[in-house]
Design a protein around this ligand. Structure first.
Ligand SMILES: [Zn+2]
Length: 373
């Protein structure tokens, strides 16, 4: 079984490459926005919908009208129209909102298909530039990339994401199975009673962020110092996001390495908490990303992630005898079962219940939302 995977690495462009990329980002953004405007107008004025073929045909007159579009590889412009087509398809299918205009002051990106890049001897070359990209490789690519995406984030850092075919290697089978309860104080608690801890990066950098933001507020609008201060804030945000991602990868890797089956709750329940104070912490805990990582890592390793039903009373049930508490407010961290008088840590009991439900669902094939690798 081969599958596709994106390998993202940071790189440092030469001055010439930075200029070429700035031009490419600008041209792609221009064509994307111009076409989006054309499509929207056509729809509102004449109720017409523009096909992908029609949108592509407009490239020739556009290039005549704006000759500078010819300074970059046309593959990039064609690709950005294909991406727009995809965005429309998702919109029509009800999966996404109406495509948005691309902004100059946001993350920039372009996608290159094989005609616009070349990968040889472990080096990546892009069209119209003779030097390879100075990539800080963190690992070897398993195969030649079929497409690449080059991006520049708000903090001014460049990344290249390379889509490659690779053959996942299943890990040796283990008998260990675990249930996890996603939390805030701890990112997760296992049915074995292990508490993962939660680094809470937003909180850790709160003061520094506030300090930088106060400095930014004092700078004059449009000044060079303001741009500098803005970049510093963006860099810190990027750092926080990186730390969070890194912690999530380490934790999901550990769970996958150690367990054959991992049972988790449906996140729809978790995200129902309507407390604005908690919402900030939930964003910081990054549950959705964590479960996504568990699922794809499980698939590659030959492990199973079982997602239990959203109406299962995971936190109110006694794992010992099955007694279900009528209510168990969030503030109650430990409780005694009135039926069998076992003493429980709320989160560990929840994780144990999640494990029981997940395994039961797997056994009878009813874990409908479970991803079976
Ligand atoms: Zn009990």
């Amino acid at each position: 079984m081969t599958t596709k995977r994106a390998y993202k690495e940071r790189f440092y462009p030469t001055t010439e490459q930075a200029e070429l990329l700035a031009k490419s980002f600008g041209c792609a953004r221009f064509v994307y926005n111009n076409t989006l405007r054309h499509r929207t107008d056509a729809y509102y004025k004449n109720g017409e919908s523009i096909s992908h073929a029609d949108a592509e045909k407009r490239l020739v007159p556009l290039k005549k009208e704006f000759p500078w579009l010819g300074e970059i590889s046309s593959v990039i412009l064609q690709q950005c129209l294909r991406d727009q087509q995809e965005a429309f398809k998702n919109f029509w299918a009800g999966r996404a909102k109406y495509p948005k205009f691309k902004k100059k002051n946001a993350r920039q990106s372009i996608r290159l298909t094989k005609a616009a890049f070349n990968y040889r001897d472990g080096q990546l070359f892009i069209a119209k530039s003779r030097e390879p990209l100075a990539i800080r490789w963190s690992r070897e690519l398993p195969s030649e990339p079929s497409s690449i995406t080059i991006s520049k984030d708000y903090a001014g850092r460049y990344f290249v994401s390379m889509l490659c075919e690779f053959e996942p290697k299943p890990m040796p089978i283990t008998a260990k199975m675990v249930g996890i309860d996603l939390g805030l104080k701890d990112l997760f608690i296992t049915s074995e009673g292990e508490k993962s801890g939660n680094p809470k990066f937003t909180k850790r950098y709160e003061h520094k962020l506030a300090h930088l933001q106060r400095k930014l507020a004092k700078k004059q609008k449009g000044s060079k110092n303001r741009a500098k201060a803005k970049r510093k804030v963006a860099r810190l945000h990027a750092k926080i996001a990186d730390c969070r991602m890194d912690a999530s990868h380490k934790a999901s890797r550990k769970l996958i390495n150690e367990n054959q089956v991992i049972c988790v709750e449906d996140l729809a329940v978790k995200n129902m908490i309507k407390n604005p104070k908690l919402a900030k912490h939930i964003a910081d805990a990054n549950w959705g990303e964590f479960v996504r990582q568990l699922e794809y890592k499980a698939k590659w390793a030959g492990r199973t992630v079982a997602v239990i039903d959203r109406f299962f009373p995971s936190s109110k049930r006694c794992p010992g005898c099955g007694y279900i508490n009528e209510s168990l407010p969030l503030s109650v961290r430990e409780w005694d079962c009135p039926e069998c008088s076992s003493h429980w840590d709320r989160d560990i009991a929840a994780a144990m219940n999640i494990k029981t439900a997940g395994l039961a669902g797997l056994a009878c094939g009813a874990t409908g939302t479970g991803i079976l690798a």
